[in-house]
Design a protein around this ligand. Sequence first.
Ligand code: ADP
Ligand code: MN
Ligand code: MN
Ligand code: MN
Length: 339
Amino acid sequence: MAKYKLEYIWLDGYEPVANLRGKTQVKEFTKFPTLKDLPLWGFDGSSTRQAEGKSSDCILQPVASYPDPTKENGVLVLCEVLLPNGKPHPSNARATVIDDADTWFGFEQEYFLYKDGRPLGFPKEGYPAPQGAYYCGVGYNGVGDIAREIVDLHLEICLEAGINHEGINAEVAKGQWEFQIFGKGSKKAADEVWMARYLLQRLGEQYGVDVEYHCKPLGKDLDWNGSGMHSNFSTKFMREKGGKAYFEKLMAAFDKYKNEHIAVYGPNNELRLTGLHETQSIDKFSHGVADRGASIRVPHSFVNAGYKGYLEDRRPNSQGDPYKIASRILQTIKTVPQK
Ligand code: ADP
Ligand code: MN
Ligand code: MN
Ligand code: MN
């Protein structure tokens, strides 16, 4: 028998953006525990805006687990929150995602690293050189000293934990970065985005650096890009059958439900979706081939394959909940007959 450190991780009940929470219990197992070996646990929901003080117990149900590469016998346990009666808690958006092993999502998470209330690398007062050279840049002047160390370490930790991290790049604004996560199965990529966010925030503690997910942390009036979470998606039907007629109907449905999509694509998106900085404005829906100013960008490969493959919804922002985003995209897809 060996002792394992089980770090249970869940989303709290804060609105409009949930926070990640985590706590650890030590348990003995004869070998490295798999998901089905991990017991239910509980927490005080009155401290997380998930319950009243009188009856405050909420249940943590493990839904995915990953080895924690930073610890000996450490396990990261991603959980859904349940009510005492075993039903999903109202804050549990994961439970609303239609289960489909053949739906694939790829999320491009943009974010700023922040230190002392400013993006990492900003001078104490004023601003660094205007954006231009930072995107995919190299050198101290462009990316500073510790940002790359954090970002590279985060990538290592994610890969060792088995998260399907696909890549990183320095973004357009100073102190702004992106990572991409891809997953097959309607909940897989969203699970791993939340896990990757947790690992990034936890890593930042050691550097006195926080992760700022706000979609426009420097405000909308300055010429600094905002942060998005482009959401790439494909169903089996889109990949294998597709076709122009289906695509047109799908886009008509996305247009019809545009407000329902925007409602779950992250708060303050009106600051970011202005029609500038490679965005479409918040009140319009559009799609276009290779068009980075459209709501949905249609990759060249999609058209070349006869309207088959994946599409990129560019509207979700960096603070969006990938569960809510995946859930809404699948609901809209479901309204379109597949013939
Ligand atoms: P860009 O910055 O040009 O939009 P990225 O390479 O950052 O491109 O992101 C493309 C995303 O599309 C990746 O997250 C990738 O995993 C995802 N993707 C690729 N193929 C598919 C697919 N068939 N279904 C869903 N997502 C996909
Ligand atoms: Mn990208
Ligand atoms: Mn980007
Ligand atoms: Mn993109």
